[in-house]
Ligand binder design. Structure first.
Ligand code: NAD
Length: 514
């Protein structure tokens, strides 16, 4: 039998994408409101283009406050029956959504590549992980309402949880399909109905998710999707009185805006925001494994990853040698077409994002750091928004390239002397999402983990998501945690119920005076 070459697989991916893209172009993308595909009330649209070559992929409905109002009304109308559906039935439906995602995983993968520029080697697994999100929370439907029994002498005190109501989910453009299921699956498992506003730069697979969920039998109005701009549709969603909570993933500045927009309606918010995450490599670490993880955690997913380790803190004694090896690896990274299985870095999502990432080349130089690798746009297939993977050395902790989230394949290296120094530099940023520590000394690993101001720490490991664990950040990186039961804490209200055990004494007021 002939061996399947990477070239064959590239062609297979293209062949799979071609009819899907043709259909997308001819049909366009509508909102899904109350189970119906609908245009915007004012008929407005916008175009979504591929970062590979700038070609228009689809005309997309551009939602406004009226469309959000229709979607919120649909979510509110569906809420009571979804809330009261027996957990076993809800579980079955969510498993059917997972089945549908799995059945369409290859289509989702190629569409996500073309819509976002992410390399197929990563997107191939993204849909499978999205299905796992649905399965994990499907299996938790029954325990969502669990509470505590905290009896006192005179009362049985029981707590239970009830879904908060219709909720809004607002998502960004990086790995959009997988990320939106992180938010939507627990909300649905909790018994909430959802209005989803996906990012305007990546509407394609959000539309697919809504349609797959409908085909899988999710009742009308349980998941509604309204496309459009953040300042229009997104803002209206955060302000809508029928929407009880907003699960948001995106930039820290947008999180602040949403908090202000949601204040008049006392919106509950859950924020997963930006990061400038440190990976700290001590001289006693397994340096081969550390190097693999350092490269993977900033140059995978185009560096457009909130948990990327965008600052490498390396101990002085090993810095030169480690940077030399790192330089060789960064130079060898394969930038290319996202559907090519050999590609490690695809084009960035949008020309505006490319311009932002490229602006940091001058920032680095002006700050006095050295661009050791990269530092230019890349002329890639299709002529899209490609950038050279970039390595900045000779940086210090206060430089902008050590402080600001670039959100691209851009790594800043900062040497440190010892443990105390490393912790100080690591914490000296506004963000606090993740931290990665590489050392052979387990006592030190735990000490540093304890001292790092970040919501998630990996010791001698890259980021490996385990769904029951808490996911979220400190400081400007977020509010709240996702994952396992933590998600239910957000999407549900805890209710206290107290039952008198007997005839305890009740103060008698208003008795006739004797
Ligand atoms: P963004 O904040 O620009 O947009 C995110 C979403 O918010 C989009 O759907 C957008 O339309 C919407 N939006 C924008 N303004 C709004 C407003 N005023 N009201 C309501 N909605 C509004 O973020 P982005 O550029 O799409 O995504 C990149 C950012 O997301 C990075 O900072 C990254 O670190 C962060 N991110 C964080 C996590 C995490 O788990 N912490 C995960 C992924 C991405």
């Amino acid at each position: 039998m002939d061996k399947v070459t990477p070239k064959d697989r590239f062609q297979t991916n293209r062949d799979r994408a071609a009819p899907l893209l043709a259909k997308l172009k001819s049909e366009g993308i509508s909102h899904l409101i109350g189970g119906k595909s609908v245009p915007s009330s004012m008929g407005q649209t916008f175009e979504t283009a591929s970062p590979v070559d700038g070609s228009v992929l689809a005309t997309v409905a551009r939602g406004n406050a009226e469309d959000i109002d229709r979607a919120a009304a649909a979510a509110a109308a569906a809420f009571k029956s979804w809330r009261d559906m027996p957990a076993a039935a809800r579980k079955k439906l969510l498993h059917r959504v997972a089945d549908a995602i799995e059945d369409n995983a290859d289509d989702i993968a190629v569409l996500e590549c073309i819509d976002t520029g992410q390399a197929h080697r990563f997107m191939a697994k993204a849909a499978i992980r999205a299905a796992e999100n649905f399965r994990f929370f499907a299996d938790k439907c029954a325990e969502a309402r669990d509470g505590l029994n905290t009896p006192s002498e005179e009362h049985w005190n029981i707590s239970t949880r009830v879904p908060i109501g219709p909720v809004g989910v607002i998502t960004p453009w990086n790995t959009p399909f997988m990320l939106s299921t992180w938010k939507i699956a627990p909300a649905l498992a909790a018994g909430c109905t959802v209005v989803h506003k996906p990012a305007e730069w990546s509407p394609v697979t959000a539309d697919l998710l809504a349609r797959l969920a409908k085909q899988a039998g999710l009742p009308d109005g349980v998941l509604n999707t309204v496309h459009g701009m953040g300042e229009e549709a997104g803002k209206a969603l955060t302000e809508h009185p029928a929407i009880k909570a907003i699960g948001f993933v995106g930039e820290s500045a947008t999180g602040s805006a949403i908090m202000a927009q949601g204040a008049p309606t006392l919106k509950r918010v859950h924020f997963e925001l930006g990061g400038k995450n440190p990976v700290i490599v001590f001289d006693d670490a397994d340096l081969d494994r550390a190097l693999d993880a350092v490269v993977f955690m900033i140059y995978s997913l185009n560096g457009e990853r909130c948990t990327s380790s965008s600052r490498l803190l390396v101990q002085q004694g090993i810095a030169d040698k480690f940077i030399e090896r790192l330089t060789a690896r960064v130079k060898a990274l394969k930038v290319g077409h996202p559907l090519d299985p050999a590609t490690e870095i695809g084009p960035l999502i949008h020309e505006r994002h490319l311009a932002k990432v490229c602006s940091y080349f001058d920032v680095a130089r002006n700050d006095g750091a050295t661009i050791a690798v990269g530092g230019k746009p890349h002329d890639g297939p299709g002529g899209g928004h490609y950038v050279q993977p970039t390595l900045v050395t000779g940086a210090t902790a206060k430089m902008r390239v050590a402080q600001e989230e670039v959100f691209g394949p851009f790594l800043t290296v900062i040497p440190f002397k010892g443990e105390k120094d490393a912790i100080e530099i690591a914490n000296d940023v506004q963000y606090g999402l993740t931290g990665y520590v590489w050392t052979g000394d387990m006592g030190r690993a735990l000490r540093v983990a304890d001292a790092l101001e970040a919501g998630m720490i990996w010791l001698n490991s890259e980021n490996v998501r385990h769904l029951p664990t808490p996911f979220g950040g400190m400081k400007s990186s977020g509010i709240g945690r996702d994952g396992g039961d933590y998600s239910f804490e957000f999407y549900m209200e805890t209710k206290h119920v107290s039952l008198a055990r007997g005839t305890h004494k009740i103060q008698k007021l208003g008795l006739p005076s004797s």
